[in-house]
Design a protein around this ligand. Structure first.
Ligand code: ADP
Ligand code: MG
Length: 253
């Protein structure tokens, strides 16, 4: 809450972050700041390091040098972050390409589990929140079903509700619509658009360029592990400054 009232403090601050997978230098001197309420879209070719970049932010990947601060909690290289890492994991919500719901739990239980286990909420409070969130993403009528009984678009909206149930300060999305049939992409993007409108801080990896243009405050183009260009969507899509951005967009647009 305090951070929202102080818009000059970044929620995410990455400084000179380097990440290697063995000999592969995947992230190269990444500098990135994200302010409260900002919607940042990350674009780039497959294999350029987009997933690794956002996975570093919630400690799903270790990095080898530099530092990352998330809402005042500092992640240090080589995964030696201890309590800060735990804190970040509870404050940062993530939605993946593959929805990663718990298959043996009902929709409702998927949403209430973490608030009860991690936040210590009562079942009653967790259920109330779950109802509200499922309503908000338009699937309150599916609460008693199991993930396998839902369409991909519905499952991804459950995944979103589940992440929001933890009252995250920041939401990370890694290609949330890439595994969906085309007719279901819109319903997930609509839910994300709504969230952006409500002021959630979001970092979104996506290939949905129309969506990026519409919701992003800033677009980041990642090329071979580097931030090649970072600009408002109009600049990136209409008059990119970097030849590599131009070349990438000419291939995907
Ligand atoms: P993107 O999300 O932009 O497609 P990734 O961040 O997934 O890119 O991957 C960046 C590079 O790191 C790729 O060359 C990929 O093959 C490699 N990579 C990703 N994860 C691993 C891993 N766990 N072990 C080894 N290499 C990996
Ligand atoms: Mg990826």
């Amino acid at each position: 809450m305090t951070q929202k009232e102080n818009p000059t403090t970044a929620i995410v601050r990455m400084e000179k972050v380097n990440k290697h997978f063995g000999k592969l230098h995947v992230l190269k001197d990444i500098d990135l700041e994200v302010m409260p309420g900002e919607v940042v879209v990350v674009i780039g070719a497959s294999g350029s390091g987009k997933s690794t970049l956002i996975r570093c932010i919630n400690g799903l990947e270790e990095f080898q040098s530099g530092h990352i601060e998330v809402d005042g909690n500092e992640l240090t290289p080589h995964g030696k972050s201890g309590r800060a890492l735990q804190k970040i994991r509870t404050e940062v919500g993530m939605v993946f390409q593959q929805f990663n719901l718990f298959p043996h739990l009902s929709v409702r239980d998927n949403v209430t589990l973490a608030p009860m286990k991690v936040r210590g909420w009562s079942q009653e409070d967790a259920m109330e929140t779950a109802e509200r969130l499922l309503e908000r993403v338009g699937i309150s009528d599916q609460a008693d079903k199991y993930p396998a009984q839902l369409s991909g678009g519905q499952q991804q909206r459950v995944a979103l509700a589940r992440a929001l149930a933890m009252e995250p300060r920041l939401m990370l999305f890694d290609e949330p619509t890439s595994a969906l049939d085309p007719e279901m992409i819109g319903e997930v993007l609509d839910a994300m658009r709504e969230l952006a409108r409500e002021g959630m801080t979001m970092i979104i990896v996506t290939h949905e360029m129309g969506f990026a243009r519409e919701v992003a405050d800033r677009v980041i183009y990642v090329h071979q592990g580097e931030i090649a260009e970072e600009a408002p969507p109009e600049t990136i899509f209409d008059s990119p400054n970097d030849e590599r951005t131009r070349s990438f967009l000419s291939r995907v647009l």
